[in-house]
Structures are given as structure tokens and as C-alpha cells.
Design a protein around this ligand. Structure first.
Ligand code: GTP
Ligand code: MN
Ligand code: MN
Length: 439
């Protein structure tokens, strides 16, 4: 009617970093369909060619920014980033309420791919191979992978596929903060990722850390991990040393090793947290923090970590993999419960075992202070926002943006930032709040 005429044709800035994109918007029925197409393209296409997938995502992202529900194709006339394929999809949804192509895509193959790629560490290439072998369920994949490494993985699979709640993220932040402040007073610690963008659930907990005094952060992460390990809450993880050097500000990010988005020192791992902490809000006193200790008292993780004692003051004793120890705890408890049974327990049985903790994926990242606000933007995301703002910097300003900084390729100089707002200023962009970066 009149309303849609008034909005016809509607204009939006070309780049997502030039407009707000929020979790709640007016066009979910279109964006859901476009993101299924994106997801399918990601799974089907070669991992090194994401162009089809990204075209769907960019179109979806435009619709998320529209300040009204789309009701006619004419409203799309002046919008960029919506190609012919996406237009057909949108038109069909406008006319029929759904798009037949999207319905057809959600076949057996797609569902199997979604299930397999939901396993931590399994990408589309492996998932495809499994399907070629004729597997279609987690159970079949489990039966095909029975080495001890895999048994450990399977035992935590259902935990890691249960969404992480905001409360759990805040709980982990409290634990990490308490240990971090003991090692390095004045440390700055920030939850980033989806929770910072306002999501109530996520697949992991991202925590970015820095210290305002230059150089204080060096060696800090290993000491932090050592303390967390002594608390008995680390299941497994991988500490990656910083690989940063100043010339990386100018280098093309695509040249970096496969899958690596930045060069910070970081730990990607799995931590156990009390199951109760997603029910009762965590309190900021030691009583609540010792919750984790109560896991041990109940005998679930009673194996002492051999490095625990005063060694926490020494720099490096962090042992990257003690997952097997925790796993053996689980198994021995299971055997006690099933007294008399000599049969091996299946990973499913182990996962369902009565225990008072749940395994959670945690990313801990350490940045030097002079890169911190760029790191904050990068680790807040989302991923699509990062792609967009980096492309914008390159194409519109001739600047190279990364989580380490911003470099003017014409003037050959770096542009430092002392706040997130300054990052946006340096990029000649209006500031967007974290929750406006849900592209
Ligand atoms: P959920 O965890 O599913 O809630 O979403 P998320 O947005 O938090 O995603 P994720 O934890 O994978 O990443 C958080 C943000 O960090 C994203 O915007 C990533 O693009 C960004 N990021 C920056 N550097 C890296 C990196 O080296 N590895 C990963 N995985 N993400 C990075
Ligand atoms: Mn995350
Ligand atoms: Mn993460």
C-alpha cells in the first residue's frame, strides 16, 4: 500500500559496516532461506571457493538491515548485493511463503553434512568422505573411529553440541579473571564473540585479554593456563605462541597459514564447568568460585594434577593435553557405577554419565595493548562483519585492516587506536555498537 510506496525504492549504504545489523530484524523468513543456501554452498563447494556462499550471505545481510518487512520486489530496486539468484528466492517467498529450491536442498545429504560438521574438528571434506563410506549417523562414525583419541572426542561431543549460555560465559570469565588478576594485576579482560554482540547462546566462550603496560602480557597466558590446570578444570587445549611481526600489518591476510585469522598468542581448548552454573547465577565471591572445586570433592575428577603445588609461580609448566586423564576418570567412575560389568562403555554411555560438570569450548586470546582495540573489533566479529569491514578498508580507503591494526597503504603508516570508537574513526565510519555488528 502507501507505506511500501513511500519506502520504494529504499536505499542502504553498500557496506554492512556502514549500517547497523541487529540480531532482531524484520526479514527472518528471507534471511533464514538465504542462509540455508549459504550453508549448503559452504558444505558442497570446495573449501577454497566460498564465493557462492558469500553472495548468499551478503544478500541476507542487506535484508537484516532493512528497517521494515519486505513486501514487494520493487523495494529491492536500489539495494546492492542482491543478485538474480537471491532475487528469485525472495520473490518465491513473497509469492508462495517458501522457496522450493531451499526446501529441496534440505535433503538427506545436507542433514548428514550438518550432523557430521557439528563434530568439533570435522570439516566438510571429512564429512563428505564419511558419507561416501555410507555413514549417516554419529553412531556409525563412532563405530568407525574407536581409537582412544576418538573415544575421548566422542565422550564430550554431546556437551559441546549443547549451546553455551550467557551465564556460563560470565561464570568462566569470573574464574579466569580471578586467576588472571592474581598473576597480573591490572589485566583487562573482555568477553568477545557472540555474547558481546548480544547473543544469549553460543558455541564457545571467547575471552580477550591485555595489559595497559607494554610487554606485561608476555608469558602471561602459559602461567594462567598453569593455574587453571591446577584447579583441575582444563580438559584439553592447544597453546599457540604469537607469530606476530610488524610486517604483518601490511601483508595480505590470505597469505597466512590455512585457517589462521590472526597471529596472537592464544589457547583454544575445552574447560569443564559446573552444570549448576547455567541454572543459578554465579556470584562474585570465593564461595561461588570454589564450585569447581566441588567437582573434585564428589570424586568425578579426583585425579590430582601432578604439577599442582607452588610451581604456579614458575613460568612454564603447562601441559597441553591432559584430556586422557579426565577421560580415564570418567571411565573408572562409569565402571564403578556399572559394577560387575566387564563390557566397554560406549561413548554415548559415557557422555550420559551422571556428573556435575559440562565440557565447554573456550578461546583465550592475549593481545599487546597497542593492538588491543583492533583485536577487540576482530574478536567481537561477527565473521561476516569482519569480512565486510576489511573489504571496505581495502577498496574504499586503500587500507589494510586486521586484528593487529590498520595500515594506510598509500601513506605507508599505521594508524593506532586507543578505543574502539577510534578504530571506527580511523576508518571514517560511524561507530557501531557490538550488537549492531550481527551481519
Ligand atoms: P558463537 O561462538 O557461535 O556464538 O559465534 P562467534 O561469533 O562468537 O564465533 P567465534 O567464536 O568463532 O569467533 C568470534 C569472533 O572472533 C568471530 O568474529 C571471528 O571472526 C573472530 N576471530 C578473529 N580471529 C580469529 C581466529 O584466529 N580464529 C577464530 N576462530 N575466530 C577469530
Ligand atoms: Mn564464540
Ligand atoms: Mn571462538
Amino acid at each position: 500500500g502507501n507505506d511500501s510506496n513511500r519506502r520504494n525504492p529504499f536505499i542502504l549504504p553498500e557496506y554492512a559496516c556502514q549500517r547497523a545489523t541487529c540480531l532482531k530484524h524484520y526479514n527472518h523468513k528471507f534471511t533464514r532461506a538465504l542462509e540455508i543456501l549459504q550453508n549448503h554452498a559452504e558444505l558442497r563447494d570446495n573449501e577454497h571457493d566460498s564465493s557462492r556462499a558469500l553472495a548468499f550471505r551478503r544478500a541476507s545481510c542487506v535484508l537484516k538491515s532493512l528497517p521494515f518487512p519486505l513486501t514487494s520486489m520493487s523495494q529491492l530496486k536500489k539495494l546492492t548485493n542482491i543478485g538474480d539468484h537471491c532475487k528469485r528466492v525472495i520473490q518465491e517467498i513473497l509469492e508462495d511463503g517458501e522457496c522450493s529450491e531451499v526446501t529441496k536442498l534440505q535433503d538427506d545429504w545436507f542433514h548428514k553434512m550438518v550432523v557430521f560438521t557439528s563434530i568439533f574438528g570435522i570439516g566438510s571434506a571429512t564429512a563428505k568422505k564419511w558419507i561416501e563410506k555410507g555413514w549417516s549417523t554419529i553412531k556409525e562414525a563412532q563405530e568407525g573411529h574407536i581409537s582412544s583419541d576418538w573415544r575421548v572426542k566422542w565422550a564430550f561431543h554431546s556437551d559441546l553440541n549443547t549451546p553455551v549460555k550467557l551465564q556460563e560465559a560470565q561464570y568462566i570469565q569470573q574464574i579466569v579473571r580471578k586467576e588472571a588478576e592474581t598473576i597480573l594485576p591490572g589485566i583487562i579482560l573482555q568477553i568477545t564473540g557472540g555474547f558481546r554482540r548480544g547473543k544469549e547462546e553460543g558455541h564457545d566462550i571467547d575471552i580477550l585479554m591485555t595489559h595497559p603496560e607494554d610487554g606485561k602480557e608476555v608469558g602471561f597466558l602459559a602461567r594462567l593456563l598453569h593455574r587453571l590446570q591446577n584447579k583441575g578444570i582444563i580438559l584439553c587445549g592447544n597453546l599457540e605462541k604469537s607469530t606476530y611481526s610488524d610486517d604483518m600489518l601490511t601483508l595480505d591476510s590470505k597469505l597466512s597459514a590455512k585457517g589462521q585469522l590472526d597471529h596472537f598468542e592464544k589457547w583454544l581448548g575445552i574447560i569443564k564447568i559446573p552444570q549448576s552454573c547455567s541454572e543459578t547465577p554465579a556470584r562474585d565471591d570465593s564461595g561461588s568460585l570454589s564450585n569447581i572445586g566441588s567437582c573434585d570433592h564428589k570424586g568425578i575428577n579426583s585425579v590430582a594434577h601432578p604439577t599442582s603445588n607452588t610451581a604456579s609461580e614458575q613460568p612454564l609448566n603447562y601441559q597441553p593435553f591432559n584430556l586422557h586423564e579426565s577421560f580415564e576418570d570418567l571411565e573408572s567412575k562409569a565402571k564403578k557405577q556399572k559394577l560387575g560389568t566387564e563390557n566397554e562403555l560406549s561413548p554415548m554411555e559415557l557422555a550420559k554419565l551422571d556428573r556435575n560438570w559440562i565440557a565447554r569450548r573456550v578461546d583465550l586470546i592475549v593481545s599487546p595493548y597497542n593492538q588491543y582495540f583492533y583485536a577487540l573489533v576482530g574478536w567481537t566479529g561477527n565473521k561476516q562483519f569482519n569480512r565486510d569491514i576489511r573489504t571496505y578498508a581495502q577498496k574504499e580507503l586503500g587500507m589494510k585492516l586486521s586484528s593487529h591494526g590498520l595500515y594506510d597503504l598509500n601513506k605507508n603508516c599505521a594508524l593506532p587506536a586507543r578505543s574502539e570508537k577510534e578504530v571506527f574513526e580511523n576508518l571514517k565510519l560511524q561507530y557501531l555498537e557490538p550488537w549492531e555488528r550481527n551481519c
